[in-house]
Design a protein around this ligand. Structure first.
Ligand code: PXP
Length: 240
């Protein structure tokens, strides 16, 4: 069976739109676990545009599955992760102006820095994965850092169509084989949705997928009916 990590960042995006305390990504995470999520993923961005430090601490306390903290490779974030001690951490590249994580982490050009961060967190019992593009050089560099796992960036596959998508799928399957052959655990994520996930989920070396936006987007749509009914009933009670 493949594990599903549910990323609840965009519940926090909705909360931050009003700067109040609902909807609570931690409450969403607990419901996701109840529904079968094998883990909860949150990205504490340096610009704090969605998830806040409070969310990560509370999630760590209340989650009954496992918490995967996505983070940039910075001294401040490594120190934060050491204090929260999530089960897993995933190093991602971060640019302030991006809409979402745009590409994999370039491990090749910063091996020493990444290795040091990996060693610090894994020394505290946190399993580290590196979010990388499906490229052999990045996989080999990831292996050299001593990281437990890689998460293959599936964004290019998701954005492609037709033969280009088949090519991206081949690249991901090949990368998963190479990584597993080197002893790395293999995860995948970014851009996966109800239409494109199956071919990725069938790659035997991939043991975990982290999916966020499509699940939260669907939750908003399938939840509208109940939310409107509840408000309508309340109003009808005030003035039958
Ligand atoms: N994996 C990583 C490393 C990510 O940065 C993200 C986005 O935060 C995801 C998975 C989830 O991507 P999406 O929201 O497109 O499902």
């Amino acid at each position: 069976m493949i594990r599903l990590g549910v990323n609840v960042d965009h519940v926090a995006t909705l909360r931050q739109a009003r700067m109040i305390d609902v909807p609570d990504p931690v409450e969403a995470a607990l419901i996701a676990e109840h529904a079968g999520a094998d883990g909860i993923t949150v990205h504490l961005r340096e610009d704090r545009r969605h998830i806040q430090e409070r969310d990560v601490y509370l999630l760590r306390e209340r989650s009954r599955s496992k918490v995967n903290l996505e983070m940039a490779v910075t001294t401040a974030m490594v120190a934060f992760a050491e204090s929260v001690k999530p089960n897993d951490a995933c190093f991602v590249p971060e640019k302030r102006e991006e809409l979402t994580t745009e590409g994999g982490l370039d491990v090749v050009s910063q091996r020493a820095r990444v290795k040091e961060a990996v060693e610090r967190l894994q020394g505290r019992g946190i399993h580290v994965s590196l979010f990388i593009d499906p490229k052999p050089a990045q996989i080999e560099a990831a292996k050299e850092t001593g990281a437990h796992a890689i998460e293959i960036h599936t964004g290019s596959y998701c954005n492609a169509a037709g033969p280009a998508r088949a090519k991206e799928l081949d690249a991901i399957a090949g990368a998963a084989r190479v990584a597993r052959g080197l002893g790395l655990e293999v995860h995948g994520g970014h851009g996966l949705n109800y239409e494109n996930v199956l071919p990725i989920a069938r790659i035997p070396e991939i043991v975990e997928l982290n999916i966020g936006h499509s699940i939260i987007a669907r939750a908003v749509i399938v939840g509208i009916e109940q939310a409107v009914r509840e408000m309508k009933e309340l109003l009808n009670r005030a003035r039958p």
